[in-house]
Design a protein around this ligand. Structure first.
Ligand SMILES: [Zn+2]
Length: 350
C-alpha cells in the first residue's frame, strides 16, 4: 500500500497493512526541517509547500502530514516588519502578529458584533491553503496523505470575533452567534469545492476553538457540531475523507464528534485512547495521541516505547492512525519522529 492508501483505508474503517504513522506535522516543524523561519511558511504558501516537501524528503517513511492555516498576499492589506516580527492586517478586520520564528496569532479584531457585515463577506484563510496544496508536487500528493485544512465555521467566527467575544456571545448573544456561524458555512463549503479539483486525500477540519478545554459539551452540540456536519457532508459529496482536529480536552464531546459524520478525529494527549476506543472507536477513526511536549523531552527509546503502548490501545479492529496529539513543535528533534515510524513498522501490523 502507498502511505496515502494505508491512511485512507484507516479513515474509511478498512484494515490497512499496518497502523499508519502520521505525526501532526505542519508549519513549525516543517519550517525547522527546511531550515526556514516559521514566519516565512506562515505568510508564503509556496515556501510552506517547499518546507513540507523537504520534510517528506527527511521522513519518507511517515504516511502523511498537514497543511494548516496561513496567510497569502490576496488577503494581506498591510504588512509591517519590525524587529524581525510582522504585523499584518488582513481582510476580516484582523491584525495578526507573526514572530520571526513562530506561526501567527491574532492580535486584534475590528469586528465587535455578530451582525458585522464582514462576517458574511470576508474570506481570509482559504487562498493560502489552496496555494500550498497546489505547490506540492503531484507525485507527493498522490503518494502521501496530505491533510489539507478547511477551518470549521465555528472556528472561522472565532478568528473574526476573537475568542473572548466568541465565548461571551455563547451566553449573551446565542442567536446572533448562530447566525454568524451559519454565514460562515458557505465559505467552508466553497473551500471544500475548490480543494476537490486538487484531489486531496483528506480534508482536515480545523476546530481548535471547539475543545472541551474551552467549551462545554452543550456549546459544542449547539454551535459546532451541526455546522461541522454540513462540511463533512460536502467532503463526502466530493468523494473524500474528513478528519476533525480539536486539540486539548475532548472527553465530554467525543460522542458528538461521531454525529458530525467525520471519518476521523484527532485526539490530544488529554484523551485516553483506550477509553475513546471503547466509546467511539467502532464509528470513527482515532488519530493520536503522543504528547507533543513529551516528544521533545523524552529520548527516542522512550518515544518508541510510548508509541508501542498507544498502538496497543488503539489498534484493535482498525480505525486507528498513530500521531502526535497536536502539531509538532519547531524544536522537536527529528529522531523522535524516526522512533514513532519505527514503532509503527515494528508493532503496527494487523
Ligand atoms: Zn491542535
Amino acid at each position: 500500500m502507498t502511505p496515502r492508501e494505508r491512511s485512507v483505508a484507516a479513515l474509511e474503517g478498512k484494515i490497512p497493512d499496518r497502523v499508519p504513522c502520521v505525526p501532526l506535522i505542519d508549519t513549525s516543524y516543517a519550517a525547522a526541517v527546511a531550515g526556514m523561519p516559521v514566519s516565512e511558511c506562515f505568510i508564503n504558501p509556496e515556501a510552506y509547500a517547499h518546507a513540507l516537501t523537504a520534510t517528506l524528503d527527511r521522513h519518507p517513511d511517515i504516511d502523511g502530514l498537514s497543511i494548516n492555516i496561513g496567510l497569502s498576499d490576496e488577503v494581506i492589506e498591510d504588512c509591517v516588519k519590525k524587529d524581525g516580527a510582522y504585523r499584518i492586517r488582513t481582510t476580516g478586520g484582523l491584525t495578526w502578529m507573526v514572530p520571526e520564528n513562530d506561526i501567527g496569532s491574532i492580535e486584534a479584531c475590528d469586528i465587535t458584533s455578530t451582525d458585522d457585515p464582514r462576517i458574511a463577506t470576508d474570506e481570509y484563510l482559504m487562498r493560502a491553503c489552496l496555494r500550498t496544496l497546489r505547490a506540492i508536487p503531484e507525485r507527493i500528493r498522490r503518494n502521501y496523505l496530505i491533510n489539507t485544512t478547511v477551518t470549521g465555521p465555528y472556528s472561522q467566527v472565532a478568528f473574526l470575533l476573537g475568542v473572548n467575544q466568541l465565548m461571551l456571545a455563547t451566553i449573551d448573544d446565542p442567536d446572533g452567534l448562530e447566525s454568524a456561524i451559519r454565514q460562515r458555512v458557505p465559505f467552508a463549503l466553497r473551500w471544500v469545492e475548490e480543494l476537490a479539483a486538487l484531489d486531496p486525500a483528506c480534508v482536515w477540519i480545523g476546530e481548535g476553538f471547539a475543545s472541551n478545554s474551552l467549551v462545554s459539551a452543550e456549546t459544542y452540540r449547539r454551535f459546532v457540531m451541526p455546522y461541522e456536519r454540513q462540511v463533512v457532508e460536502k467532503i463526502h459529496s466530493i468523494g473524500k475523507t474528513s478528519l476533525l482536529h480539536i486539540c486539548g480536552r475532548l472527553n465530554e464531546s467525543l460522542e458528538s464528534t461521531v454525529e458530525t459524520g467525520a471519518d476521523g478525529i484527532e485526539i490530544d494527549w488529554q484523551v485516553d485512547v483506550a477509553d475513546a476506543k471503547q466509546r467511539v472507536g467502532r464509528e470513527i477513526t482515532l488519530k493520536g495521541n503522543l504528547n507533543t511536549g513529551d516528544i521533545i523531552r523524552l529520548s527516542p527509546d522512550a518515544i518508541y516505547q510510548r508509541t508501542r503502548e498507544v498502538i496497543a490501545q488503539g489498534r484493535a479492529g482498525g480505525r486507528f492512525i498513530l500521531s502526535s496529539g497536536c502539531c509538532l513543535g519547531r524544536d522537536t528533534p527529528p529522531d523522535r519522529v524516526d522512533a514513532m515510524v519505527r514503532a509503527c513498522e515494528d508493532f503496527g501490523a494487523y
